[in-house]
Design a protein around this ligand. Structure first.
Ligand SMILES: *[C@@H]1O[C@H](CO)[C@@H](O)[C@H](O)[C@H]1NC(C)=O
Ligand SMILES: *[C@@H]1O[C@H](CO)[C@@H](O)[C@H](O)[C@H]1NC(C)=O
Ligand SMILES: *[C@@H]1O[C@H](CO)[C@@H](O)[C@H](O)[C@H]1NC(C)=O
Ligand SMILES: *[C@@H]1O[C@H](CO)[C@@H](O)[C@H](O)[C@H]1NC(C)=O
Ligand SMILES: *[C@@H]1O[C@H](CO)[C@@H](O)[C@H](O)[C@H]1NC(C)=O
Ligand SMILES: *[C@@H]1O[C@H](CO)[C@@H](O)[C@H](O)[C@H]1NC(C)=O
Length: 678
């Protein structure tokens, strides 16, 4: 009994082996077997097809129409010569190392559908089944053909959505799906930064595709031909598209709207964009209102002259700096100025520098309409400050106006696909407590400038911590107004916009205060534009300066709650009058929240307030001082979820106001009228 039990499985196995052995004598190569079976059946549909009938094991493999073969070792099956021995060799297809290399049957009267089994062909390189009547969907298994480089399924009756697996095909050179009935939006590659550098042709024209312009295409730097024409795409055309060197582009007959990217002069004709939403504007279509002031020609280069006194000692170009930096990676972007500044002189930095017209481009936002490329490029300026993000210049325009230029550090905003939309979003933000972005300039060599109003005001940091002549008395009413202004600006970023933004770098140095104690925030929303090293530096700096929320480890993770934490520290700084974080002179770390806790325990709360704050205060309770201190402590709660929102902060500050606010309405300084050029 036991013996039999042992033997039965063995017998089954042997039987199986023999039966399969018999069927396999006809076609030993799995690829050939599939072609003869599933592929042929699926492609021809119900009707017998003349070309496909050549796929028959009684016909030599070389005479099967539309197919090319390759052996596992990479050498192709040579069939190009009728006199070659392979041409009539009937046993070639028994070779198990034979693989399908290409399937090309355009205009072959195919009426079936694309079988899922296509995904099995690991060495298939080209698939041309265009101009047939194939219906059904493109199987997602096609994305398993890891060797596929050329696909043409144009002019068929294919329906359904394009599966994301198509972006598994890293070796794609051309993907043509023109004139089918594909629908849905174009799927995103699974890896967010896929670049598909080998892809040269992407033709999705004349389908029923919808959704936004597939942004990620702007990172396909090898692309030469892009056809999205005659679909149902909507939304705007990303600026990043102008960064591609396309020979052919067709975006006509969709529902695109908004501003066209600035393509090189007369690069594309009207026909490329015709038949879209009437709100699509910009060259070569009708000009968009507001951006007619740019004349892209005749710009020699951007010249920012950094002057000390009137002497200009050196002239260098950013091009030179960038070259130098490429040679010695990892150096600080601002090193040039540091090197050259040593003679207490200035440096002339010419950004761009090359001759020729149409270099660089300027995107104008509301209030910046009158700015021209020439204005920006010829502005002379001086360094105001250097921050993690880059260098800020105060620049004089030829018409006498002044602007603030922020030259972003090299490498910033590299991913144009999402950087430009973000900058455009920043350009739309208008709020009394936020300094407006008026324009964005990108030079041909990638240098990027953010152009803001220049406000001749002190920073809150200076008002609180620097002793200087003519500094106003910083009483509680004034500090309260500043704190409320900052809170309103942040609340607007967090909840007042369609797409919320985090500030990312709330600190007293990023608050400008005018003579009526109206606070304006700078540097908001820039954290998302930074390269990783800068972002890491930022986190380190926030920590040093005490503004870093305990849970914030990566700049990417910064959110409205981490902004609230930083605001809490800032409010303590306003109330206590001390800088948080590492103290430059003593090296001690000043932990403002702990200071308050200790004072409360020791019942010396009143002593933590800055003496100037208490001037003229009758009752800290009544004047809202104690409430403000509590509020600040709530914002600095170590657990993010218990911190109030900025909207709640605004409400609380409005509720508990200082009573005597007359000091607010008398300007403290004269002669510093608003100096805005626009
Ligand atoms: C293959 O060809 C032979 C002879 O030409 C024919 O009899 C047979 O039906 C064909 N088989 C298929 C599956 O078409
Ligand atoms: C036919 O092809 C097989 C497999 O490639 C090969 O082994 C055989 O020698 C060939 N026969 C002739 C007559 O060329
Ligand atoms: C295409 O296929 C149909 C049947 O589906 C047939 O009637 C017609 O003759 C074929 N045309 C050609 C050119 O093979
Ligand atoms: C995506 O970017 C990261 C960081 O830059 C890199 O490590 C990774 O290899 C990239 N992935 C692809 C598919 O390029
Ligand atoms: C763009 O595509 C549309 C629709 O497919 C076509 O009619 C038009 O001729 C194409 N235009 C260009 C310039 O290729
Ligand atoms: C085109 O897009 C606009 C929004 O930009 C939308 O309101 C409109 O319905 C769209 N038209 C069509 C035909 O899809």
């Amino acid at each position: 009994m036991a013996l039999l039990n042992h033997f039965t499985p063995c017998i089954f196995f042997l039987l199986l082996f023999f039966t399969s052995g018999i069927t396999h004598t006809e076609s030993a190569s799995p690829d050939v077997e599939l072609v003869l079976g599933k592929i042929r059946a699926s492609l021809q549909g119900n009707a017998e097809n003349l070309l496909l009938s050549s796929w028959n094991s009684s016909v030599p493999l070389c005479q099967w129409r539309g197919l090319k073969w390759v052996f596992s070792n990479g050498s192709p099956l040579l069939c190009n010569d009728v006199s070659s021995p392979q041409w009539t060799n009937l046993s070639v297809f028994e070779d198990p190392s034979l693989h399908l290399l290409s399937l090309q049957l355009p205009s072959a009267n195919l009426t079936g559908s694309l079988p899922r089994e296509l995904g099995v062909f690991s060495m298939l390189r080209s698939l041309y089944l265009n101009i047939n009547s194939l219906s059904g969907t493109i199987p997602l298994e096609l994305g398993y053909c890891s060797s596929l480089s050329d696909i043409d399924l144009g002019d068929n009756l294919l329906t359904g959505a394009l599966a994301p697996s198509i972006w598994n095909l890293y070796g794609l050179v051309s993907l043509r799906l023109h004139s089918n009935s594909l629908s849905g939006s174009v799927p995103e590659p699974a890896l967010p930064n896929s670049t598909f550098n080998s892809l040269q042709v992407l033709d999705l024209g004349n389908n029923k595709l919808s959704g936004n312009f597939p942004q990620f295409i702007t990172r396909f730097y090898g692309l030469k031909e892009l056809d999205l024409g005659n679909n149902m795409f909507s939304g705007s055309i990303p600026d990043g598209l102008s960064g591609l060197n396309l020979e052919k582009l067709n975006l006509s007959h969709n529902n695109f709207s908004g501003d066209l990217p600035l393509f090189g002069e007369s690069k594309y004709g009207v026909e490329v964009f015709e038949g879209n939403n009437p709100r699509l504007c910009g060259l070569p279509l009708k000009s968009c209102s507001g951006s007619s002031g740019i004349s892209p020609g005749a710009i020699a280069g951007i010249v920012i002259v950094l002057m000390a006194g009137t002497v200009v000692l050196a002239s260098l170009s950013i091009w030179y700096v960038q070259n130098k930096k490429q040679k010695s990676r990892g150096e600080n972007a601002d090193e040039l100025e540091e090197e050259e500044d040593d003679e207490d002189g200035g440096v002339a930095v010419s950004v761009g520098g090359g001759g020729g017209g149409g270099e660089g481009k300027l995107i104008l936002f509301q209030g910046g309409e009158r700015l021209t490329l020439e204005d920006v490029l010829n502005a002379t300026g001086q360094v105001m400050e250097k921050t993690s993000y880059g260098t800020v210049y105060k620049a004089k325009l030829s018409d006498g106006g002044t602007i603030a230029l922020r030259l972003l550090r090299e490498g910033s905003c590299k991913d144009r696909g999402w950087c430009l939309p973000l900058i455009k979003q920043l350009g739309k933000i208008r709020h009394d407590n936020l300094i407006p972005l008026r324009a964005f300039y990108e030079g041909k060599r990638g240098e990027k400038l953010l152009i803001y109003d220049y406000l001749p005001h002190r920073t809150l940091h200076d008002l609180l911590h620097e002793a200087s002549a003519g500094k106003p008395v910083m009483n509680w009413a004034r500090r309260h107004k500043i704190a409320l202004g900052i809170a309103r600006g942040l609340a607007y970023l967090h909840t007042g916009l369609e797409v919320p933004i985090t500030h990312g770098n709330v600190r007293s140095k990023n608050v400008l205060v005018d003579e009526f104690f109206v606070a304006s925030l700078t540097e908001f929303g820039l954290d998302k534009l930074m390269i990783q090293t800068v972002a890491d530096e930022m986190v380190a700096l926030l920590k040093t300066d005490g503004y870093k929320a305990p849970e914030l480890q990566k700049m990417k993770k910064c959110n409205s709650r981490t902004d609230v934490y930083a605001y809490g520290i800032l409010l303590l700084e306003i109330l206590i009058g001390k800088k948080a974080g590492k103290n430059g002179r003593s090296g001690d770390f000043v932990d403002l929240p702990s200071m308050v806790k200790v004072a409360v325990l020791e019942e010396t709360t009143m002593e933590v307030f800055d003496v100037e704050v208490l001037k003229g205060i009758r009752s800290p309770m009544e004047e809202g001082l104690v409430h403000a201190l509590k509020l600040a402590m709530g914002c600095c709660a170590p657990v993010a979820s218990v911190r109030p929102t900025m909207d709640e902060v605004v409400k609380k500050l409005e509720e508990y106001r200082p009573r005597n606010r007359s000091a607010l309405y008398s300007p403290t300084e004269t002669g510093s009228g608003i100096d805005t050029p626009f």
